[in-house]
Each structure stands twice: as C-alpha cells, then as structure tokens.
Write a new protein. Structure first.
Length: 66
C-alpha cells in the first residue's frame, strides 16, 4: 500500500492530533456544529491512518520526499 500514500509521517501526525482535537471539541459542543466537527475529525483520522488524502491526489500533491 506504500505506493498509494501521499502523506509524509509529519503530515500524518499533524492530522491525527488535529483530528483528536476536533473530536474532543465535538464531544463538548452541541447541535449541527457537533455533527460537523465529528465528521471533520473522523476524516482527518482516517486519512492519517491510511496515509492517503483524496484532495492531495486531486491536486497532484505529495508531502513524501522522493
């Protein structure tokens, strides 16, 4: 699966931290804001875990050093 990754390890760590922060803030918020924050946090953690970002692929970006 290494071939399909387009995120560096630093990028993945940042996404994990930001995703966890978003999930914690979503837990303490309410209404539609809570739902939006849960979705954004989940997306950040899923892309960090997989190492693949669809928007990076769309714009032909890679943070992995060659």
């Amino acid at each position: 699966m290494k071939k399909y990754q387009n995120e560096s390890s630093v990028d993945r760590i940042i996404r994990t931290v930001v995703g966890l922060i978003l999930l914690v803030v979503a837990y303490y918020s309410f209404g539609i804001l809570s739902i939006i924050l849960y979705i954004l946090g989940a997306i950040a953690i899923i892309t960090a875990a997989s190492g693949f970002c669809p928007s990076y692929k769309l714009f032909n970006i890679s943070t992995i050093r060659k």
